[in-house]
Design a protein around this ligand. Structure first.
Ligand code: SF4
Length: 367
């Protein structure tokens, strides 16, 4: 990946970005606020110190694209309630283990004796179910369209192979309705978007069309290396200078216009949209999450364990929502680095390496 981290090319891009920002059009509307949607971009921006290299009149807002960061406390409580059942093996991805529920994390529950296992793929969970036919094995599926297809294929395999002790607790969410909710929020001020790379690899470019057409905001799907991000910023500024608003693709080496049709078909066959889904820090958003279709109801952990989630608010001092909306920088939260650290996170943005607070803590606080 050296070619995407070349300092000389980075300098060229930074010069061109500074030139665009000096144009009368952008000077007149400064500061220019660009939201990077994806947590992977947030991580790269902090890791490579890109913010410090950009003109001060250009602000980066760290958006909601880290699925662990927007996981509500009540869903962690649901996981804990299921994992407490003596016949259950509870499985999930590593990042979910440290997200605080209202009383504890999955990691703490495991230390207390619950059979909670970290897996790298939903297929690992299915294999555990096949090896333990006398136990109920629950996979906690979370993530955007990036991880949805693997969960969908696993559900199809569980049915095809008649593994009747495998269940899915589904917290898969979808990014596009959330972008619309942010655009409709008067408190959120964004001029342009750095679009998610991995999600777009699955869904393609078309679902973002309304952002350019109805809201007149430029949107560039970007890779994750520093030169990718700088080039995407330049492409966005070009549009703003020229008065254009289009969906563009900087990450064409990975993202294709139509996305991954097979993955889309698997997702559509297994999942349907929920009316509303809760996002930590952002509240409830219409049609922003999925659940299993009725034909897969026998695998639905919500039904199997008769879950009745009760909403749990974050502590009043926790400012994750404002950071997610770009109203606050991570260091401006009074808990940052004292009451909330990666070792002992209070808010979800401190849990995952893709969370804005964790990335800021790791790469800026130690400078
Ligand atoms: Fe949330 Fe912690 Fe960040 Fe404050 S420092 S916004 S509590 S994650």
């Amino acid at each position: 990946v050296d070619e995407f981290r070349d300092p000389a090319l980075a300098k060229q891009l930074l010069t061109r970005i500074a030139q665009r920002m000096a144009s009368p059009v952008l000077q007149a509307r400064a500061p220019i606020r660009i939201m990077e949607v994806c947590g992977g971009h947030t991580h790269s921006i902090f890791r490579y110190g890109l913010e410090a290299l950009l003109p001060q009149t250009l602000e980066l807002i760290h958006g909601p694209g880290c699925p662990v960061c927007v996981l509500p406390r009540e869903h962690v409580d649901d996981c804990l309630a299921i994992a407490a059942q003596p016949d259950v093996i509870f499985t999930t991805f590593g990042d979910a283990m440290r997200v605080p529920g209202s009383r504890q994390t999955l990691q703490q529950a495991r230390a207390g004796g619950a059979d909670i296992r970290m897996v790298y793929s939903p297929l690992d969970a299915l294999q555990i179910a096949r090896e333990n036919p006398q136990r109920r094995v629950v996979f906690f599926g979370l993530g955007f369209e990036t991880t949805m297809p693997a969960t969908a294929l696993t559900v199809q395999q569980a049915v095809g192979k008649q593994v009747d002790n495998f269940f899915l607790l589904c917290h898969h969410i979808t990014i596009v309705p959330t972008l619309k909710a942010l655009l409709d929020d008067e408190d959120v001020c964004v001029d342009a978007f750095i679009g998610p790379g991995h999600v777009s690899m699955v869904i393609g470019l078309e679902p973002y069309g309304f952002i350019a057409e109805q809201y007149r905001k430029p949107f560039i799907i970007s890779g994750f290396e520093p030169l990718d991000i700088l080039q995407s910023i330049l492409m966005l500024l070009d549009q703003l200078v020229e008065g254009r608003a289009e969906v563009g693709n900087q990450y064409s080496r990975v993202v294709h216009e139509q996305g991954n049709i097979q993955a889309q078909q698997a997702v559509a066959e297994v999942f349907e949209l929920r009316e509303r889904s809760a996002w930590r820090g952002l509240g409830e958003i219409d049609q922003s999450g999925v659940r299993l279709r009725t034909r897969y109801a026998a695998l639905d952990a919500e039904r199997e364990f008769a879950l009745r989630s009760t909403r749990v608010d974050d502590p009043a001092e926790c400012r994750c929502g404002e950071v997610l909306k770009g109203q606050l920088q991570p260091q401006q939260c009074p808990l940052f680095g004292s009451g909330c650290t990666p070792a002992q996170p209070m808010g979800a943005l401190m849990v995952s390496s893709e969370g804005a607070c964790a990335a800021c803590f790791q790469y800026q606080r130690n400078d």
